[in-house]
Design a protein around this ligand. Structure first.
Ligand SMILES: [Zn+2]
Length: 279
């Protein structure tokens, strides 16, 4: 697992085994807040070890940016922490977490240590603020990758932990393309120093405008392609020809997963468009 200091008392972790998924910590003098929990127990425990022994504080709160396994299944490794999330994150984890964990355990025995822990504190509208040492954390909605997305802004440092609302390749299969477009535009206007993406590397201030533009261009390209494909009798024939590069992205993103995710995006959009035409 890769670890870096982002600013004073703010650290960032990136998985070296699963899709470059990220997590963060903001530490105060008495306790720390963890933002997301990584994908595999060893990495989550490595992050906890660093916080407890290097930073020397316990984890009092864990914020889940959304309910997906690689962000929320590590909650159980912080047994004395209070978990905070969007209200829909709690619902989705309750509904989908257990069956998909059963499934995942069959493929990966290390997940036997994992237990789904539902968020204790939730909110479903507006924002929430938390004070950690000298820093204000602003917990705000960041929808579109999923329907339960939140981001965490470290106000003093202008660092946004964006969850998967911001990724090297936007992924909308479990969300809504127009909502993620709105989230990305809002993030672009926030005047940030850093965006900590849910996957991939940190985006620095000077790179933000280009990253926002690239993501918005990608999303409008796949919308356009899906609209054309949705009119076809067999949309897949057209979708198969639309490579990720045609939409302004590179297949090397996310450790080579990008082309597969891109094709899933296209198919999901066609289904969403057909479903809304049927209404
Ligand atoms: Zn996700």
């Amino acid at each position: 697992m890769h670890r870096e200091r982002v600013s004073e008392n703010v650290f960032w972790f990136q998985s070296e085994v699963y899709a470059q998924v990220t997590a963060g910590v903001v530490a105060g003098p008495q306790w720390a807040v963890v933002i997301d929990t990584l994908a595999l127990p060893d990495e989550t425990l490595g992050m906890r070890e660093f916080i407890e022994h290097e930073l020397g504080v316990p984890v009092r709160y864990v914020i889940n940016t959304h309910y997906h396994a690689d962000h929320a299944w590590g909650n159980c490794f912080f047994p004395s922490a209070t978990i905070i999330a969007h209200a829909r994150c709690r619902d989705l984890l309750a509904e989908r977490g257990a069956p998909s964990l059963d499934n995942a355990r069959r493929q990966n025995p290390v997940l036997r240590q994992v237990k789904i822990v539902l968020p204790h504190i939730t909110f479903d509208s507006g924002e929430m603020t938390m004070r950690v040492g000298k820093k204000n954390l602003n917990i705000l909605p960041a929808m579109g990758h999923s329907h339960d997305g939140i981001g965490v802004l470290v106000e003093e440092d202008r660092i946004l932990f964006a969850g998967d609302a911001f990724m090297p390749l936007p992924y909308v299969v479990d969300g809504d393309v127009d909502e993620i477009i709105a989230s990305i535009k809002r993030i672009g206007r926030m005047g940030l120093e850093n965006i900590v993406q849910g996957h991939g590397d940190i985006i620095l201030r000077g790179e933000i405008d280009a990253a926002v533009k690239e993501n918005l261009n990608y999303l409008s390209a796949i919308k356009k392609a899906a609209r054309l494909a949705a009119r076809r009798r067999v949309p897949e024939e057209l979708l198969d020809t639309i490579r990720i590069e045609d939409c302004g992205k590179s297949r090397v993103y996310l450790g080579g997963l990008a082309e597969g995710l891109h094709q899933q995006n296209l198919r999901a959009l066609v289904n969403q468009m057909r479903a809304s035409n049927d209404k």
